[in-house]
Design a binder for this molecule. Structure first.
Ligand SMILES: NC(=O)c1ccc[n+]([C@@H]2O[C@H](COP(=O)([O-])OP(=O)(O)OC[C@H]3O[C@@H](n4cnc5c(N)ncnc54)[C@H](O)[C@@H]3O)[C@@H](O)[C@H]2O)c1
Ligand SMILES: O=C(O)C[C@H](O)C(=O)O
Length: 325
């Protein structure tokens, strides 16, 4: 019996993400939670003739049932950016939303694999960790900040430039999910050696600021939703497969670097003591199995990395300090 709960299910990301999850044969129970409109979304998705049962849960009083005994809790609840805002500007509102939802997860689904989409991911992931620690049920292997959209974008943009099929390109993206903390490892993809230095720099900047590209194109009406739902589903469906079929998958995600002491060494060699970092990971039904090495990076990528570290450190601290006893 696999239960997946989507928190923020009536939102711009939550709706298409729930639709994509509804297509999975591996989910038995898809629970949709939002403070508004979850019922309408759930009734409609419930008409789709795929395996999972869909339930709706609206408002605080129904949060417990939404998350109770979930195997996977996905949090996309919160506010998206408006023009002129940074992701960090969302912290004031979204940190409290993510905190309250993770309190419910810690109380009623303490063993769940928890996936965070709500921005600023670099800080909201530490908020969740602090809550699970407070409730005595923290397992660093089970917490994931979803950064798959960065890999999806980097792969699309690189494929365009080198004339490859985008489906055959998979660019690992490390660091975090915001501006300069987004570090695409273009050098890991064969064909990228064709790029000139100028192309590499421009491409890296486009990947780092692709969220702004969508924000601008939507002209004040939100940020990435559909591509995020695609990316979120890609990650969560792999996690579901891991849970249901006891198999191992690989993706990049923003994780607690203590999840795997051995793998974290390569990050720590680069970064000193960063507590959270986006890295390629292998995961199975109990969460992270190993953090894959990020040591072999180019000089250009190492420079990106050193630029990212101060912002990552302060974003992590902001999330950690948000939860006090
Ligand atoms: N990780 C990523 O790569 C990535 C990509 C795109 C967007 N995001 C972030 O995802 C978040 C959601 O974006 P969106 O476009 O779906 O926004 P949205 O406003 O369309 O949807 C958010 C939903 O959250 C709900 N919500 C608000 N407070 C809630 C609460 N306490 N409990 C449950 N639900 C609540 C709202 O009712 C709404 O339905 C934003 O923070 C955005 O910045 C992250
Ligand atoms: O840019 C945003 O604010 C949303 C998201 O983080 C993105 O990368 O598209």
């Amino acid at each position: 019996m696999v239960k997946v709960t989507v928190c923020g299910a009536a939102g711009g990301i939550g709706q298409p993400l729930s639709l994509l999850l509804k297509q999975s044969k591996l989910i038995d129970h898809l629970a949709l939670y939002d403070i508004v409109n979850a019922h309408g979304v759930a009734v409609e998705l419930g008409h789709i003739n795929t395996h999972s049962k869909v339930t709706s849960h609206e408002g605080d009083s129904q949060l417990k049932d939404a998350v109770k005994d979930a195997d996977i809790v996905v949090i996309s609840a919160g506010v998206p950016r408006k023009p002129g805002m940074s992701r960090d500007d969302l912290f004031k509102i979204n940190a409290s939303i993510v905190r309250d939802l993770s309190v419910a997860a810690a109380e009623f689904a303490p063993k769940a694999l928890v996936c965070i989409i709500s921005n600023p991911v670099n800080s909201t992931v530490p908020v969740v960790a602090q809550i699970f620690k407070k409730y005595g049920c923290y397992d660093p292997r089970k917490l994931f900040g979803i950064t798959t959209l960065d890999t999806v974008r980097a792969s699309t943009f690189l494929a365009e430039l080198i004339g490859a099929n985008p489906e055959d390109v998979n660019v690992p993206v490390i660091g975090g999910h915001s501006g300069v903390t987004i570090i695409p490892l273009l050098s890991r993809v064969s064909g990228s050696e064709k790029l000139t230095d100028e192309q590499r720099e421009k491409l890296t900047e486009r990947i780092q600021y692709a969220g702004e590209e969508v924000l601008k194109a939507k002209d004040g009406k939100g940020t990435a939703t559909l591509s995020m739902a695609y990316a979120g589903a890609r990650f969560v469906l792999k996690l579901i497969d891991a849970v249901a079929n006891d198999v191992t998958h690989t993706e990049c995600a923003y994780i607690d670097t203590t999840a795997d002491d051995v793998g974290a060494k390569s990050i720590k060699l680069l970064a000193g003591n960063l507590e959270y970092f986006a890295a390629p990971i292998e995961f199975g039904k109990s969460g992270i199995k190993s953090i894959l090495s990020v040591e072999k990076i180019s000089t250009f990528e190492f420079k990106l990395f050193t630029t990212a570290v101060p912002e990552l450190k302060s974003s992590i601290l902001k999330g950690v300090d948000f939860i006090t006893d």
